[in-house]
Design a protein around this ligand. Structure first.
Ligand SMILES: [Zn+2]
Length: 405
């Protein structure tokens, strides 16, 4: 027989087993597993057994629109009786072979039919890996846009802003031409990105001044960021006590005057949309929370014997007088209450009960690594520097900075 001849001696159709098919069923609003399976032609009693098995690894109540079911079935030899099976007349009766639900990007749950007709469930956890990634950019209009242009995921950008919120006033200090650079982790499973991990190296150059921090676990098991001398990034007060990614009135496109500290003004303003979260600049006790004349909705926090901070024009206040707050805790939302020309946070730092310039206040610094901890940090720093240098192909800035030490 030649290669193109077809062998017709065996009647293929007669003995071939019924063919398995896999259908992908998207969960819609109001769908139930039972309804989806019976609509696909599966007998109600079989569907019930399969769902009971699935329930041992996944609560069917957690099924959400957007979930997808991979249903593998083969045609039943007997056609179902609609009255018994729950399968509508005209739909082909199907035997359920398996049902797989990707519950999260790293976890699948699956039910499979055993030889005796019972169903058994299992959860399949995918192994994840960390993929170190670098990004860098020059700021043209805002850090936000520069970071998104460089492909930095929003969650990583938020982490970046938080790391530098202790040091940098994102409204006034960041200018066109300033730079950022990052080494961060992406979490992958089967080669696909499933999540973002932590920033390992964070760098910002603002007005020619380089700030660079490395992630390191201290002897108590806490992760924190430290500069090359082993000094923690943490300060007693935040310089940007607001969600920095949402600052609107950056340089060059000011819609209304944004004031810095002057003798007349005695505070700094951060322009951001109404509803932007405002953070407690430091740990402390709420001294005032309520209406306060031209300040509108107003909060004042006492941090210690020396420092207090105040927040004005809020749309909402989320703390009560007398309550204790932690640094970074959301205490209210940006608004334009009181004497105000548009949504912004008016922020004051009081030193010994006198308003002082938040930009010039010299704050006590946080923890400094010493001894074995400092040695372990230096080792980690060298690893991260070399990892960065290997991955970075776009710019020599960071490699140069590392080499200069
Ligand atoms: Zn103001």
């Amino acid at each position: 027989m030649g290669p193109n001849d077809i062998d017709l001696s065996e009647p293929a159709a007669v003995l071939a087993p019924p063919k398995e098919v896999t259908r992908v069923l998207a969960v819609g609003k109001g769908d139930t597993l039972m309804g989806m399976l019976t609509n696909a032609g599966i007998d109600r009693r079989i569907a019930h057994d399969a769902i009971a098995a699935l329930s041992t690894v996944f609560s069917p109540r957690k099924l959400r629109p957007g979930h997808e079911l991979y249903v593998t079935m083969m045609p039943e030899t007997e056609q179902a009786d609609p009255a018994q099976s729950g399968v509508a007349a005209g739909i082909e009766a199907m035997q359920l072979v398996s049902l797989r639900l990707p519950e999260t990007p790293i976890r699948d749950v699956q039910v499979s039919r055993l030889d005796d007709g019972a169903y058994e469930a299992e959860a399949l956890e995918k192994t994840t890996e960390m993929a170190p990634t670098v990004a860098s950019g020059h700021i043209q209009t805002s850090l936000y846009e520069a970071a998104l242009d460089a492909g930095v995921p929003a969650t990583v950008l938020n982490d970046l802003i938080q790391i530098f919120s202790f040091d940098i006033d994102f409204q006034r200090e960041v200018q066109k031409g300033d730079k950022f650079a990052l080494l961060y982790d992406l979490v992958t499973a089967d080669g696909a990105i499933v999540d973002t991990g932590a920033i390992q190296v964070a760098e910002m150059t603002v007005r020619g001044e380089l700030h660079r921090y490395y992630r390191f676990k201290d002897e108590h098991g806490f992760w924190d960021y430290f500069d090359e001398k082993g000094q923690s990034v943490r300060k007693a007060l935040l310089r940007t006590p607001i969600d920095g990614a949402r600052l609107t009135s950056g340089f060059g496109k000011r819609k209304h005057p944004i004031l810095g500290y002057t003798k007349m003004h005695r505070g700094v303003d951060f322009a951001a949309p109404t509803g932007t979260p405002i953070y407690a600049a430091g740990d402390g006790t709420v001294e005032v929370a309520g209406r306060n004349g031209g300040y509108g909705n107003y909060i004042r926090i006492r941090h210690n014997g020396t420092y207090k901070t105040a927040y004005a024009h809020l749309s909402r206040i989320k703390v009560k007088k007398g309550s204790h707050v932690r640094q970074g805790q959301v205490i209210g939302m940006v608004g334009t209450t009181g004497r105000s020309t548009g949504p912004h946070l008016h922020y004051e730092v009081h030193q010994n009960n006198k308003q002082t310039n938040p930009l010039s206040v010299k704050l006590p610094t946080g923890k400094k690594l010493t001894g074995n901890q400092l040695a372990a940090f230096k080792k980690r720093q060298a690893e991260l520097d070399s990892q960065y240098a290997k991955l970075d192909t776009s710019s020599s800035d960071v490699a140069t900075a590392a080499g200069e030490q």
